[in-house]
Design a protein around this ligand. Structure first.
Ligand SMILES: [Zn+2]
Ligand SMILES: [Zn+2]
Length: 271
């Protein structure tokens, strides 16, 4: 499986690609071409064109969760290309209206718009096999005591507002012999909870063979030390923390674990 980061907060020197505080990863696995998240704007499309990646023929689009830094580009993607007949796989909550700090941070387009554009939508809380050895993990059970304790803004319902624990937040796992390689969006559900969900797809005890994506380690209140301890016990490969991981968290992870910096345009081959 080959992963290309189409959009991240960081860009790599000498490549002249565009960055934005958002995430999008293009996945090639055998004959399958899967787009995981779409960034905030059309930046990921511009980068794909620069990199010679054709987004007009996708096997599937998978959305990690409904926040606009992962779904904003969908509008541009569906307007730019005819993707009718393409599968869209996500949790049923991704189209909810949500606010954070008074700002609208939900998915800017509706389910109806996606249907109008011909997408075949699979809304599910269960794991889905996307491609050979590659799975969407569905709703992540919140198992660890130290993660996902606080809401991220609110969900706006019919006449009410409820704290948003981003229950739609999910990830992908590529099941290699050594253990799952995890591809995550923002990890609101907890990066350790996501690893546990990925490992549960095996019928034997394994460690994660790698992780790329946002670990959601940003603020002082985030459980950095507990996460470092957990990752030391439950991973055996390289970590590529990006998007919503602070410099402080990256440095701390780097002290204890094999960490590689990653940014827009970077390519990773996973065996
Ligand atoms: Zn988010
Ligand atoms: Zn995010």
């Amino acid at each position: 499986m080959k992963l290309t980061v189409l959009c991240d907060n960081h860009t790599v020197i000498d490549r002249y690609l565009l960055g934005e505080p958002a995430l999008s990863i293009y996945i090639e696995n055998g004959r399958d071409r899967i787009l995981f998240d779409t960034g905030y704007s059309d930046v990921f499309i511009q980068n794909a064109m620069t990199l010679g990646i054709d987004l007009s023929h996708l096997s599937a689009i998978v959305i990690s969760h409904g926040h606009n830094d992962h779904t904003g580009g969908l509008f541009h993607l569906l307007n730019r290309f005819d993707l009718s007949g393409t599968r869209l796989i996500a949790h049923p909550d991704i189209f909810q209206k949500r606010i954070y700090d008074g700002l609208d941070v939900g998915c800017p387009i509706s389910r109806a718009f996606c249907e109008e554009k011909g997408l075949i939508i699979t809304e599910t809380r269960d794991p889905v096999k996307l491609s050979e050895n590659l799975y969407y993990l569905g709703e992540i059970p919140r198992q660890t005591a130290f993660e996902s304790r606080f809401p991220t803004g609110e969900i706006i319902g019919r006449g009410n507002r409820i704290p948003d624990y981003v229950m739609d937040d999910s990830a992908l796992a590529y099941l290699s012999e050594e253990g799952p390689f995890v591809i995550t969006g923002c990890s609101h559900s907890g990066i350790c909870n996501i690893l546990l969900a990925a490992v549960s797809l095996y019928d034997r005890r394994v460690k994660a063979s790698g992780i790329i994506g946002g670990f959601h380690l940003l603020q002082e209140s985030d459980p950095l030390e507990e996460t470092v301890r957990f990752l030391k016990d439950h991973t055996c490969g390289t970590l590529y923390p990006c998007h919503c991981v602070s410099l402080r968290a990256k440095c701390r992870l780097m002290q204890e674990l094999p960490v590689r910096e990653i940014g827009t345009g970077e390519v990773i081959e996973v065996q």
